[in-house]
Design a binder for this molecule. Structure first.
Ligand SMILES: Cc1cc2nc3c(=O)[nH]c(=O)nc-3n(C[C@H](O)[C@H](O)[C@H](O)COP(=O)(O)OP(=O)(O)OC[C@H]3O[C@@H](n4cnc5c(N)ncnc54)[C@H](O)[C@@H]3O)c2cc1C
Length: 559
């Protein structure tokens, strides 16, 4: 038996973008919104304790557990490719770094034929959802900043929005020394990465509230589901299986899915909106017969509408994890490998939500030019007071830090394609890391830049000795090979439903995020980015959902 019903809007995916959109659309009590999520509720304790990130990745309770194809650029390695499968989506398992990207990222989107997406136009949307610590009453009372400095902060940051941004709750001497070394190497200090030009070195700001993860569901969704602000016009369905799009010709009329063996068929009076992320959204389109005809036919899927860009244009940041052994340093390696260190960490967190358990995986950041001829900061550092062989391995027992560096604007492009009509079959993910010569050069240059920073006087007292990838790699060719050995995703896949004008053969959605050639269907998530932003991709995705909500509400013929 199939249960049928009708809503004004159906949103597929209660992830980062989906939670924002559900809140904004359901703010109008006259419209009804259904939010359909494949994962379960975000009620797993490790989601909320920042260090629990380590236990959420590759965990079936929270992660889709995708893998990439073996990658030639990574010397044949295949990578874990985590994506949140839980309410809150990837914001429930991510590294919590608050980062917007740079002015030229968004100006580039607009210049590529996407009106309305310049930095100046999206900045108010970042500010709208933001709740920045610096404007809290207590912070204002403590602040010694002049009126003009406060005004400058207020011009870039918002207060009172749902998306909480805080300073981190711990510093490390070794990271302070790295920051000084970066300055000695010509990378200035910054206290704010989020003003459109990220260049500089400083501690990241994070999406946490008093030492607890602040994911998109806590921020945007839960208050609308129960309690004082409950909205009867918003319905969340979790653990939805086999979700597929329903069509009449080229009009998307709703979705069907199963939940605990019950079949549902739901009609969307106004629109269906895909917020299933950079892997999920192209997969849903392809299974509905929207994509490159040859690829669809090879997967056994009948073609509904030829749109060759679906699943193409995959971009990600490849982090090159360089690790340095130290003498006489306090790092997480040494603390976490002793029982009394672990006990101290647990006690600090339980009593004050402080200490290493409140730690975002990366604390210190830097944005720099890999070579002086680069027009903008084109590499980002994530510096961690810890080291391990590879993700999922135990921490080393000796003191060490990791300086991970990634190319912010890679030229290499990959793809996400379904291989069968079966919704349970994982798509084929081929990022094609380091397939472009330009990316190999940036990789080699950024390894050299890291060595230059680490050789500065500020780090000398710790006698840093590179052990990953190792000082024996020196020429461009050797460094490209080394990058392939130590390179891994920093979890920012975007671009697989590219936004662009109909004249762009790879475009999947227009600047209003409507799917080209299809009626009543939009994609609203990280998949629409035409080019990857210069930094971490969660808050840009929140901004995309804010903008989409405005566009959808102003388009609506319902009220
Ligand atoms: C481990 C990790 C660390 C990261 N660290 C950071 C960081 O520190 N800072 C930062 O800014 N960014 C970070 N990112 C990236 C950032 O979190 C993502 O870019 C962003 O959250 C993507 O948002 P989204 O809405 O596109 O997708 P998601 O948030 O992944 O949401 C997609 C949702 O759709 C659901 N879904 C998928 N398919 C279906 C289907 N068929 N039916 C129903 N539901 C479906 C999924 O279960 C999920 O809930 C990290 C990501 C990961 C995974």
């Amino acid at each position: 038996m199939t249960t049928t019903s009708t809503f004004d809007y159906i949103i597929v995916g209660a992830g980062t973008a989906g939670c924002v959109l559900a809140k904004r659309l359901s703010a109008d009590p006259r419209v009804s919104v259904l939010l359909v999520e494949a994962g379960g509720m975000d009620d797993y304790a490790w989601i909320h304790i920042p260090v629990g990130y380590l236990y959420c990745i590759d965990n079936p309770r929270t992660d889709w557990r995708f893998r990439t194809e073996p990658e030639a650029g990574l010397n044949g390695r295949s990578l874990l490719y985590p994506r949140g499968k839980v309410v809150g989506g990837s914001s429930s398992i991510n590294g919590m770094i608050y980062m917007r990207g740079q002015r030229h990222d968004y100006d580039g989107w607009a210049a590529a034929g996407n009106p309305g997406w310049t930095w100046d136009e999206v900045l108010p949307l970042f500010r709208k959802s933001e709740d920045h610590w610096s404007m809290d009453d207590a912070a204002q009372r403590r602040s010694k900043d002049s009126e003009s400095v406060r005004a400058a902060t207020a011009a870039f940051h918002g207060h009172g929005g749902e998306w909480r941004v805080e300073k981190q709750r711990l510093h490390w001497d070794i990271l302070d020394a790295f920051r000084l070394a970066a300055e000695q190497a010509g990378i200035p200090r910054t206290d704010d990465f989020n003003r459109g030009d990220n260049a500089g070195c400083g501690y990241f700001e994070v999406n946490q509230k008093r030492g607890i993860r602040w994911n998109a569901s806590k921020a945007f969704l839960h208050p609308s589901l129960k309690g004082r602000y409950e909205r009867p016009n918003l319905v969340l369905v979790t653990e939805a299986l086999d979700t597929r799009l329903d069509f009449e010709g080229r009009t998307c009329v709703g979705v069907s899915f199963k939940q605990r063996a019950v079949e549902f068929s739901v009609t969307a009076r106004a629109e269906t909106i895909l917020c299933a992320g950079s892997v999920g959204s192209p997969a849903l389109l392809q299974r509905a017969g929207i994509g490159a005809p040859d690829r669809l036919q090879a997967a056994g899927i009948a073609v509904r509408h030829a749109l060759p860009g679906v699943g193409e244009n995959l971009q990600d940041h490849l982090q090159l994890r360089m690790a340095f052994r130290l003498t006489k340093a306090r790092t997480l390696n040494t603390i976490a490998n002793k029982w009394h260190g672990k006990a101290w960490m647990g006690l600090q967190y339980m009593t004050m939500q402080r200490g290493p358990m409140s730690m975002a995986p990366s604390q210190l950041g830097a944005f720099a030019r890999s070579t002086p001829d680069q027009p903008y900061a084109n590499v980002q550092y994530h510096v961690q007071p810890l080291s391990l062989d590879k993700f999922g391995s135990p921490l080393h027992t000796f003191p060490a830090f990791t300086a991970s560096v990634c190319n912010l604007q890679p030229v290499s492009r990959g793809s996400v394609h379904v291989v069968s009509p079966d919704p349970a079959a994982p798509p084929r993910i081929a990022p094609n890391y380091l397939s472009a010569t330009a990316d190999l050069q940036v990789a080699a240059d950024s390894i050299r830049l890291t060595r230059r920073i680490v050789a500065q006087p500020a780090l000398r007292p710790y006698s840093p000795a590179e052990f990953l990838p190792g000082p024996q790699y020196e020429t461009d060719e050797e460094l490209a090979k080394a990058a392939g050995d130590v390179g891994t995703t920093i979890f920012h896949p975007v671009g697989t439903c590219k936004m662009g004008p109909a004249t762009d053969p790879q475009a999947v959605v227009d600047a209003q995020l409507k799917v080209h050639g299809i009626e009543r269907l939009r994609v609203v998530d990280s998949a629409i980015m035409p080019t990857i932003t210069s930094g971490n991709t969660c808050s840009p995705t929140i901004m995309i959902a804010e903008k989409a909500a405005q566009m959808i509400r102003s388009d609506s013929s319902l009220v």
